[in-house]
Design a protein around this ligand. Structure first.
Ligand code: FAD
Ligand code: NAP
Length: 530
């Protein structure tokens, strides 16, 4: 079976590898000259390609973010600079010999159903390289073209920006803090891009303002007991509790948890509509830069005039030199026509967030068009494993009626959990979504059964972080190292920071004393009873 993979970023690499594991024949087309997609930093902004700033460090941790059968090097820190991410993707491509399947500097121009699509499920793909076009027929398509290349730049919401005399541009254009010395900068928006850029610029600019409509919860990469936030947050038990609690109780618990680090109201950050879900900011320094006065939080910018900006609360800031619109991203698939995917409602219309339901044959899927409350990499990988098995007919693809019912049911749950805001449209619950795909593929561990045969592993699967290796324990694609990998996760997390080994004698003697104390109390009670 010939499969076209469009894009050689994280999703594309995982898709090529998965095709090979499943005995399919992949051909990948990548418009740039290299792999890595978003994670390959370039000093210039390239047209149509995602663009990151030089300082980007992941906001998900390495144990959660690695591919399921290819752990990250032990000497890597828990959160990675983009250069390390790229090094990891290069090592992955080398190990599984993926490069030979990739056609670089080749852009996919169009993907159309073949005239006999309803019987063959085949696609006609037109590609362009060095100005030369070529048409090839494929049995299936994996779209891995990403969703952070088209800036969402809502200047129509800020009509007076035309009168602004300073520079203004989208955060996609921002590369590094050179040239901002002594400037007064305004960031519009409060997503992770805005927060990262505000913190970075606040070290050189004379003043940074961060304006927000909704506010945001801010958490640190360093979470409970110093573990990475996702190691603590993305566990099966935590997910079950979150999804079972009544919304008002969940809201109360979340607010209490979020405010343990600092009171968000006192920092002007607290989200205004507490019932609306908002992806938290993961930023270790924002609160510190605010409390030191380098970053000032403002309400939404409503009017620009010359170098003056007026905000929704009536306050005014003068002599602003630069405005950066960190207003997020749109996404589009210019090579697919509307009969395949309707951009207006695409999120709501995808089966398992992967396959557009109006296809007579499920031979095209979109990988990585998702925003989990956890890392995208293992999510895209599991999507690819699911999709390739759909292609092969090894996973059941339901009738159109069942597909539409499933989509409608999920949409209802989605709106209850994440609301209807544009920014949340790709959100999924990380653990729940992975478990759902895994159970279709036959790789979801049966935890209750494991409690009888391997209780230590069962406990780790339930209470421990839902790492990618959970989906390599059993079923197709089983990896013999998976159990060991899962049970040693926390050791590697600690090893990454414990570069100076400290003497734990005192702690040990304290534990021993506590243990002896408990034993003594138990013995006394026992003596009294008998
Ligand atoms: P991309 O990395 O965007 O790759 C798509 C590839 O497709 C590109 O190489 C592009 O050139 C190619 N392409 C596009 N169109 C065509 C075409 N027509 N023909 C041929 N090739 C084409 N996620 C996390 O999980 N953790 C993080 O810490 C994290 N940090 C992020 C930081 C920033 C600043 C941003 C913007 C996003 C971050 N994300 C993070 C989300 C990020 O999108 C994913 O990590 C991941 O990079 C998505 O990979 P992808 O392969 O789907 O898309
Ligand atoms: P984003 O999360 O979509 O945030 C966009 C922000 O723009 C929101 O705060 C939103 O405001 C605001 N906004 C949108 N339209 C607006 C309008 N008309 N007027 C005023 N404000 C408007 O985009 P992002 O920050 O670029 O992040 C994109 C993705 O990349 C996210 O998944 C993020 O986690 C990831 N990322 C990761 C890192 C990292 O790993 N270090 C860094 C950057 C980005 P409201 O909140 O008021 O709706």
């Amino acid at each position: 079976m010939k499969v076209a993979v469009i894009g050689a970023g994280v999703s594309g690499l995982a898709s090529i590898k998965t095709c090979l594991d499943e005995g399919l024949n992949p051909t990948c087309f990548e418009r740039s000259e290299d792999i890595g997609g978003l994670w390959r930093y370039t000093p210039n902004v390239e047209n149509g390609k995602c663009s990151i700033y030089q300082s980007v460090v992941t906001n998900t941790s390495k144990e959660m973010m690695c591919f399921s059968d290819f752990p990250m090097p032990e000497n890597f820190p828990n959160f990675l600079h983009n250069t390390r991410m790229l090094a990891y993707f290069r090592a992955y491509a080398d190990k599984f010999d993926l490069l030979k399947y990739i056609n670089f500097k080749t852009t996919v121009i169009s993907v159309k159903k073949c005239p006999n699509f309803s019987s063959s499920g085949q696609w006609e793909v037109i590609t362009e390289k060095n100005g030369k076009r070529e048409t090839t027929i494929f049995d299936a398509i994996m779209v891995c073209s990403g969703h952070h290349a088209d800036p969402y730049y809502p200047l129509d919401c800020f009509p007076s920006i035309k009168t602004f005399t300073g520079d203004y541009f989208h955060s996609r254009q921002f590369k590094n803090p050179h040239g901002y010395d002594g400037k007064r900068v305004l960031l519009v928006g409060m997503g992770n891009s805005a927060a990262d850029i505000a913190v970075e610029l606040s070290r050189v600019a004379s003043q940074v303002f961060l304006s927000t409509r909704r506010g945001s919860w801010v958490i640190s990469r360093v979470y409970d007991n110093g573990y990475p936030w996702d190691i603590c947050y993305d566990t099966r038990v935590q997910t079950w509790i979150r999804n079972t609690l009544p919304p008002s109780v969940l809201c109360w618990v979340t607010e209490r948890k979020m405010n343990t680090w600092f009171d968000h109201a006192n920092f002007g950050l607290q989200p205004c509509d507490r019932t609306q879900f908002k992806e938290p900011l993961i930023n270790d320094e924002l609160a510190s830069r605010i409390t030191s006065g380098f970053v000032v939080v403002k309400t939404n910018a409503v009017e620009f005039s010359g170098s003056t900006v007026k905000f929704a609360d009536g306050s005014i800031e003068e002599n602003i030199d630069v405005v950066i619109f960190a207003t997020g991203y749109a996404y589009s698939f210019p090579f697919l026509d509307e009969s395949v995917i309707n951009m207006e409602t695409s999120k709501a219309n995808m089966y398992k967030n992967i396959i557009p339901p109006n296809l007579e044959k499920p031979t095209l899927g979109i990988i990585g068009l998702i925003q989990p409350l956890g890392p995208i990499m293992p999510t895209a990988e599991l999507q690819a494993r699911w999709l390739t098995r759909i292609f092969k007919g090894l996973c059941r693809y339901p009738s159109l009626n069942d597909v539409m019912n499933d989509i409608a049911k999920k949409k209802e749950i989605f709106i209850k959990r994440f609301g209807t805001k544009r920014e949340n449209r790709l959100q999924v619950d990380f653990v729940e979504y992975l478990d759902e795909l895994a159970s279709d593929i036959g790789v979801k561990p049966v935890i209750w059964r494991l409690f009888l045969s391997d209780p230590v592993l069962a406990a780790a699967l339930l209470w421990g972080p839902c790492t990618p290796a959970h989906f390599r324990l059993t079923g197709p694609g089983k990896w013999n190292e998976a159990r060991k990998q899962i049970l040693t996760t926390k050791n590697r997390v600690i090893k990454a920071t414990k570069s100076r080994v400290v003497n734990n004698q005192e702690d040990k003697s304290l534990s021993l004393r506590l243990l002896l104390g408990a034993f003594f109390i138990f013995a006394m009670i026992w003596a009294l009873i008998v």
